[in-house]
Design a binder for this molecule. Structure first.
Ligand code: NAD
Ligand code: PPY
Length: 364
């Protein structure tokens, strides 16, 4: 994607782009909105097809963070960082990676707290520890250094809570998942934990990951492995996208063989108009899912547990128990979103946006 195509369509406050010749890495920080407070959101480090794609990802994800913070009732704005790596992390070597983190820390300092970050795909609590050696603006450091750790366990709890609420909305039971077939796509920090919670609750578990070792570990605990390319064609009650975003576009939505979609991945719907990057006048995936009676738990709501953990522990001084209580409230928020969608004949994503817009307007 060309950078010229992305930026004029974005309504965010700031997007900084920096290149480091020595490591070959591009650094993007997108601040979508600071209306509710300083912007916050994780740092994603991975290989992108082009710098334009990295900017598109950062701006789209930052926009989603604004909605997420607003709907979760957190006093923070939306932002996200993307580090476009010249090669996969495993091939970079520790010295190059350390230099990349040093530069990212300097970029965070440059923004002076307008934006704070934490772990996301490709970065860990240990990486936050390195950032914290030179900046105050990195959250989610490891317990060994006195930090609260990554938000992945809280995200998983929130996603599982969302699954239960969505299953009840779909009329598949009273909110329990026992006997239901759940397909988890992505067995990373979040997906693996959600899979555990689902198995403990008696679900029939299907899993898919590009990493055969992660699949083998889940299979050893009784899950059935599905080829990664087959997740949107495999019959299940609940599909849980817990890998990267963009799994479901309108075409995929037309044939998706499930009753519920509820997972952790950010921006699960590929062609949604919420990013401002796509034409808002075509029938997007959210509408196709709604027309087919498939219950979609908007990702901004379902995956907010990580933000609740990071912001709660680092900014608001909450205990673990308070974080857990707030994360479990994701169930009630989703029930309201479902009820609004039903009452007004709109998609669950539109209902969620309306909720965020009301909170942002109240703050203005
Ligand atoms: P992770 O990097 O630990 O795990 C991602 C997993 O997905 C990996 O095992 C990877 O091999 C797998 N994967 C990638 N592409 C795949 C594909 N096409 N098919 C099957 N598997 C694939 O990431 P994570 O922290 O578990 O986060 C997962 C998703 O949830 C991401 O989209 C992230 O942005 C989102 N999220 C995470 C948090 C958090 O607290 N970690 C919070 C909110 C949202
Ligand atoms: C996300 O939910 O996608 C996040 O990035 C969570 C988060 C929130 C605030 C700081 C770091 C990570």
């Amino acid at each position: 994607m060309d950078i010229e195509t992305v930026s004029p369509l974005w309504d965010g406050e700031l997007c900084s782009v920096r290149f480091d010749r020595e490591t070959g890495a591009w650094f993007v920080i997108a601040v979508h909105s600071t209306r509710l407070g300083p912007a916050s959101g994780g740092t994603r480090a991975m290989v992108y097809p082009s710098v334009g794609d990295a900017v598109a990802d950062a701006t789209r994800l930052a926009t989603a963070m604004t909605t997420k913070m607003a709907v979760a009732g957190l006093p923070m704005g939306g932002g996200k960082s993307v580090i476009a790596l010249p090669a996969p992390r495993a091939e970079l070597g520790d010295e190059r990676w350390r230099r990349i983190l040093r530069i990212h820390a300097a970029n965070l300092d440059e923004l002076g707290g307008t934006y704070t970050t934490g772990p996301d795909i490709g970065t860990s609590s240990a990486d936050m520890d390195v950032l914290r050696e030179t900046t105050r603006f990195a959250f989610g450091g490891s317990a060994a250094t006195g930090g609260p750790g990554s938000g992945a366990p809280a995200t998983a709890l929130g996603v599982f809570t969302a699954v239960r609420a969505a299953v009840a909305e779909a009329g598949l039971g009273d909110g329990g998942v026992a006997g239901l077939r759940l397909l988890v796509q992505g067995l990373g920090a979040v997906g693996a934990r959600v899979a555990e919670l689902a198995a403990e609750a008696g679900a029939e578990l299907l899993v898919a990951d590009l990493d055969p070792q992660r699949c083998a570990a889940a299979a050893a605990r009784g899950a059935r492995v599905v080829p990664a390319a087959e997740v949107t064609r495999t019959r299940c009650d609940v599909l849980l996208p817990c890998a990267t975003g963009g799994l479901i576009d309108a075409r995929v939505a037309r044939t998706l063989p499930c009753a519920v979609v509820a997972g952790s991945a950010n921006n699960q719907l590929a062609d949604s108009d919420r990013s401002g990057h796509d034409a808002p006048d075509h029938e997007g995936a959210a509408l196709v899912l709604a027309r087919r009676g498939i219950i979609y738990a908007p990702d901004f709501v379902a995956n907010a547990g990580g933000a609740v953990h990071i912001v709660g522990r680092e900014v608001l001084g909450w205990t673990e128990d308070q974080v857990t209580r707030r994360t479990l409230e994701i169930g009630a928020t989703l029930r309201k979103v479902f009820a609004d969608a039903r009452a007004y004949g709109i998609t669950t994503e539109q209902a969620d946006h309306a909720l965020a817009a009301r909170r942002l307007a109240d703050a203005a």
